[in-house]
Ligand binder design. Sequence first.
Ligand SMILES: Cc1cc2nc3c(=O)[nH]c(=O)nc-3n(C[C@H](O)[C@H](O)[C@H](O)COP(=O)(O)OP(=O)(O)OC[C@H]3O[C@@H](n4cnc5c(N)ncnc54)[C@H](O)[C@@H]3O)c2cc1C
Length: 372
Amino acid sequence: MERADFLIVGGGVAGLSAAARLALHGRVVLLEGEEALGYHSSGRSVSFSHYGIGGAAVRALTAYSRDRFAPPLGRTFPTLYFAEAEAVPALEALAADMAAFTDAIRPVEAAEMAALFPPLRTGPGGAVRGLLDPTGLKLDADLILQSYARAVRAAGGAVLTGRRVVAAEPGWTVRTEGGESFSAPVLVNAAGAWADRFAALAGVAPLGLTPLRRTIIVVEPPAGAAIGSWPFALSATRDFYLQPEAGRLLVSPVDEVADDPCDAQPEDYDIALAAERLEHYTTIAVTRIAHRWAGLRTFTADRVPKAGFAPDAPGFFWLAGQGGYGFQTAPAMAEIAEALIAGGAWPKGLAERGLGVEQVAPGRGAAGAGPA
Ligand SMILES: Cc1cc2nc3c(=O)[nH]c(=O)nc-3n(C[C@H](O)[C@H](O)[C@H](O)COP(=O)(O)OP(=O)(O)OC[C@H]3O[C@@H](n4cnc5c(N)ncnc54)[C@H](O)[C@@H]3O)c2cc1C
């Protein structure tokens, strides 16, 4: 039996970021079922940080987390939200929502959009208005995961892969598939899409999480295109995005298809939809799909990630429901976990941005939300 102060189940960005903070307060043991860290959602993310996603709580977590992604963990990357004529009201609503968190975003007209992102179809029948955020952040997912793991090990903690937890008893003692046992007074459930299943294993009431599948296709850019200066481009109607990366284009139809916790695989329908939307919004012809993948984005009922002790199980800590923003919110969520577990003040920068403990408390919906 190996003893620790904090046991963490799940080696994705949620578990690893919390582990790095908790390692400042005691011995951490993190258990990941797969042979590699970040095998599931965290290894399939496009790992961008921007304000075009989520509600006010997610934007507050995003704003707070930005400073923790100094280069080389993150680098600024322009972000363009564009709208066809009928989507202009959606773009205006997005602008109003984002304005509370950043003043860097400015409107752009069709000519400037065409200059910034030449293949975008602009003008009548195409994009007519846009918003440009020059301060978007492209995150280096692998570097971020590895830097958290290094911090845990440097503090004397353990990050163990190939350790699937199959039993958990209050106290807390967990047993892995391989027969090893670990114990600690605090057990952090950072099991991603499996977090409800893991809770059931531990005899804890589920949160009601919903894993939704998202698909990415990778296509070659048009010959000679200078994609190094293209922005991350998203439709205001949230049915398409394109991100230039390492000389290729990552394209998503922004699908949200309910799935069971699993090794998610892309479906033909969603792959075709991605190609169709790319050809609809841009002049890029899809001749070959070089690569494709899918991953799960796991949401709570109110789409706000949760961090807090389970009301029904002392020492059982939820860190789940990171949805489509687990990277861009990870530093804030990890510091919340640190404050609630190790005892400390609620992060001031979150309170200042209107985010209180109620909004992230597990076992509650949107009701009761408000600054601490
Ligand atoms: C296509 C796509 C694009 C995305 N783009 C972005 C983006 O641009 N920006 C952003 O911020 N977010 C993005 N996300 C979301 C982000 O990837 C997730 O929110 C984040 O990775 C969730 O992290 P996690 O640690 O909760 O889950 P995971 O990374 O899935 O980690 C959970 C881990 O728990 C392990 N586990 C489960 N059960 C057990 C057990 N019993 N024993 C041991 N281990 C167990 C699993 O093996 C898994 O590795 C995207 C996601 C997808 C799929």
